[in-house]
Write a protein that binds this ligand. Structure first.
Ligand SMILES: [Zn+2]
Length: 168
């Protein structure tokens, strides 16, 4: 089974990743951005990427269209710059010391190159009617927004840490 990543507002390109590789992609992205995120919109983006968790979405549907990211018109350029910075930090294996395995970089970086191009080519005109507030699932009190996993240091979504959840 594969997860599908698309950029339908820009072109017909399809990026496919196996379930295993998708987990590696999301985990390394969340790790790389965890301590880079300083502003609220940056932390919110990290929570959104963490939500691409099979525990919430189900296995095989963690993929997304680039337009589904919680873009907002006001901060779009900063959001895009931040995401590209996080991607570049994945290449430097930022915070991989918290992983219990060693990712296969040839598989990961090949997909990451494609993903980076997708983000690059996405512009503010492609945002559409995406509602920024609706992109994040509500926190229900047990886990608070901006709580970080003690073990992996990444931002948790309302059902925990995507890396811990993948270890189950
Ligand atoms: Zn964790």
């Amino acid at each position: 089974m594969a997860n599908i990543f698309t950029n339908t507002k820009v072109n017909n390109e399809i990026l496919r990743m196996s379930n295993g590789l998708t987990s590696v992609f999301i985990e390394t992205f969340c790790l790389a951005g965890a301590d880079l995120a300083k502003k609220q919109f940056e932390k919110d983006l990290m929570i959104w990427f963490g939500q691409r968790d099979w525990v919430i979405l189900g296995m095989g549907v963690e993929g997304f269209d680039i337009s589904e990211i919680i873009w907002n018109t006001r901060e779009f350029e900063q959001q895009k710059t931040f995401i590209l910075k996080v991607i570049d930090s994945v290449y430097t294996k930022r915070n991989w010391q918290y992983l219990s395995y060693e990712p296969n970089t040839s598989f990961l970086f090949e997909k990451l190159n494609m993903f980076k191009n997708m983000i690059h080519s996405f512009t503010s005109e492609n945002i559409g009617n995406n509602d920024w507030e609706e992109g994040l699932f509500e926190f229900d009190g047990e886990i608070m927004k901006y709580d970080q996993c003690e073990k992996h240091k990444i931002y948790k979504h309302y059902q925990g840490c995507v890396i811990c959840n993948n270890e189950i």
